[in-house]
Design a protein around this ligand. Structure first.
Ligand code: G1P
Length: 288
């Protein structure tokens, strides 16, 4: 079955980026000249997904504005004959971004539950905005879609983390003696301490889920951090579907952390023809 729908939770307060997130959504923090959320939306579109749902909090309507036409600015640019600028601000005019408002922030599982009506009876993609990917050959979510087409089960995008990092991620528990990059899992645990973590294979913000997940999200009790965890509902739903992990090849940036955010800006600049030499010069000037 084709994956046509993507769900992008974007309702968090962004406390790791205070004070700027006092007045603006963390999803709009720029990676150079485009907001972080645009890279995630584009990843889905480039993977052939045509229906997108943003899950936002009531005070984040500005995230939606970014994807809407801005007629006043368009008129100004037309008057100034700025065709280049006009082209840039019209890129998303024809793309419909759906949204649903999450009034309470009770966790990632609670956020994804808000997508139930939008998703209906189809498998769907989930992309978390704190995780940005750069795929040399294809978008990260496309890698997962291809795995899904073979396994028809929940697929978690994973990466290897260090011992100290298991407490930050959902950690996969693969059945032993398998050859990757796809692994069948017997468990999945949210943010375990390294001594009890079943592996070092961590969920990194990309999922393909079957709609059976909603049945389990609806009754999911609170887990780690007092939050309704997507991880727990995924594990519970394995009574009815298999669960696989897949090691994503695309490069990941954790832009929910300051060092990951800076790294994304530097490396995305280095990949741009208009900025590469300038960025190399800045790095060079500051290297001694
Ligand atoms: C969430 C998920 C976690 C996953 C992580 C990836 O955690 O709950 O399982 O590994 O995203 O970034 P959060 O970063 O929202 O605490």
């Amino acid at each position: 079955m084709k994956i046509k729908k993507a769900v992008i939770p974007a309702a968090g307060f962004g406390t790791r980026f205070l004070p700027i997130t006092k007045v603006m959504s963390k999803e709009l923090l720029p990676i150079i000249d485009r907001p972080a959320i645009e890279y995630v939306v584009k990843e889905a579109i480039d993977a052939g997904i045509c229906e997108i749902l943003l899950i936002i909090s009531p005070h984040k309507k500005e995230v939606l504005d970014y994807f809407k036409a801005n007629k006043i600015l368009e008129e100004f640019l037309i008057e100034k004959n700025n065709t280049e600028g006009l082209k840039l601000i019209r890129e998303y005019n024809d793309i419909k971004i759906n949204y649903v408002i999450q009034y309470e922030q009770l966790g990632l599982g609670h956020a994804v539950l808000h997508a139930k009506d939008f998703v209906g009876e189809e498998p769907f993609a989930v992309l978390l905005g704190d995780d940005l990917f750069y795929g040399e050959n294809k978008p990260a979510i496309k890698e997962l879609i291809e795995v899904f087409s073979q396994y028809d089960s929940h697929i978690l995008g994973t990466m290897t983390v260090s011992d100290e990092e298991t407490i930050k991620y959902g950690i996969a528990d693969p059945i032993l003696n398998q050859k990757g990059p796809v692994y069948e899992l017997k468990g999945f645990v949210e943010k375990p301490k390294p001594e009890v973590a079943p592996s070092r294979s961590a969920a990194c913000g990309r999922y393909i889920l079957k709609p059976i997940i909603f049945k389990y999200l609806e009754t999911q009790t609170r887990g780690v951090g007092g939050e309704i965890q997507l991880t727990d509902a995924i594990l519970n739903s394995t009574k009815e579907t298999k669960l696989y992990s897949y090691d994503i090849k695309a490069k990941r940036y954790d832009i929910g952390s300051k060092d990951g955010y800076l790294k994304a800006i530097v490396e995305f600049a280095l990949r741009r023809d208009d900025l590469r030499d300038k960025m190399l010069k800045i790095i060079d000037e500051n290297s001694n």
